[in-house]
Design a protein around this ligand. Structure first.
Ligand SMILES: Nc1ncnc2c1ncn2[C@@H]1O[C@H](COP(=O)(O)OP(=O)(O)O)[C@@H](O)[C@H]1O
Ligand SMILES: [Mg+2]
Length: 251
């Protein structure tokens, strides 16, 4: 194994929202480091600042305190254009609400980020197809999300997130809208993207099983990190169902 390489370094990172008379200090100066190849679950009560933290890490929002380094770059030193380029190159996002175009084919949904990256139509098609095959939807290329199950929709969203080959996947409650079975399949998929493709995964979850299977847990309470370490509950790591992603599509 080579030396651990920091991908995310947060130093006293904070976010305060102005709220009329008083300011709301949602994130209270958190510090941590996440290396390339890690799989980290972020836990914590509703309203504790988890999404705010994800938005900062993903450069969708700007900190009001502290610094954030992504892939060795202090993001505060970048121009808007450089920041957008770094974000497109390094990060893929997966949200609880799948945020897909419901009546547009899976293939076109997944190819969209490549259009913004200036990739040729032919190459876009090829790479979108590969990404959909990677998530087990090789047989659903021309289906629109409105005719798919929740689990399939989230797979399309994951394919869209990985089509640019990011080193980091940021996932905010990605199984929050799914039934347990679909949630387990999505979990297994993230684990494979981490183990087989080397993608660093940071996901916010309320699911104790997902948290327990992550190698590292960060617990956020009232805008502070109260715990950073291996899963704590001491129970044996449970298995998840094999993802149907491992089943080749029907000919
Ligand atoms: N843009 C915003 N303006 C004002 N308050 C916000 C904003 N975004 C989040 N908050 C507040 O910050 C707190 C934490 O929100 P959030 O990070 O979404 O929590 P979590 O994801 O842990 O449920 C909440 O009290 C929320 O109302
Ligand atoms: Mg949230």
């Amino acid at each position: 194994m080579s030396e651990p390489e920091p991908l995310i370094v947060a130093r006293d990172l904070g976010r305060t929202f102005p709220m009329g008379e008083e300011d709301l200090r949602v994130l209270r100066g958190v510090s941590f480091r996440i290396d390339r190849g890690e799989y980290v679950a972020i836990l914590g009560p509703s309203g504790s600042g988890k999404s705010t933290l994800m938005y900062l890490i993903g450069c969708l929002d700007t900190p009001t305190e502290g610094t954030l380094e992504l892939a060795g770059t202090d993001v505060a030193t970048l121009t808007d254009a450089e920041l957008a380029a770094l974000r497109n190159e390094v990060i893929g996002f997966v949200f609880q609400a799948f945020n897909l175009l419901p009546r547009t084919t899976a293939l076109e949904n997944v190819a969209l980020p490549l259009r913004y990256a200036g990739v040729s139509p032919r190459e876009r098609r090829k790479r979108a197809k590969e990404a959909l095959e990677r998530v087990g939807l090789g047989a659903r290329l021309d289906h629109p999300p409105e005719r798919m199950s929740g689990g399939e929709r989230q797979r399309v969203a994951i394919a869209r997130a990985i089509v640019t080959r990011p080193s980091l996947l940021l996932c905010d409650e990605p199984t929050g809208n799914l039934d347990q079975r679909a949630g387990r399949e999505i979990t297994a998929l993230f684990e494979r993207l981490n183990a087989e493709d080397g993608v660093t995964v940071v996901l916010v979850t309320h699911d104790p099983l997902i948290a327990r299977r992550a190698r590292r847990n960060l617990r956020v309470v009232d805008g502070e990190i109260l715990y950073d370490g291996p899963p704590l509950d001491g129970l044996p790591t449970p298995a998840v169902v094999e993802p149907s992603a491992s089943v080749p599509p029907a000919a």
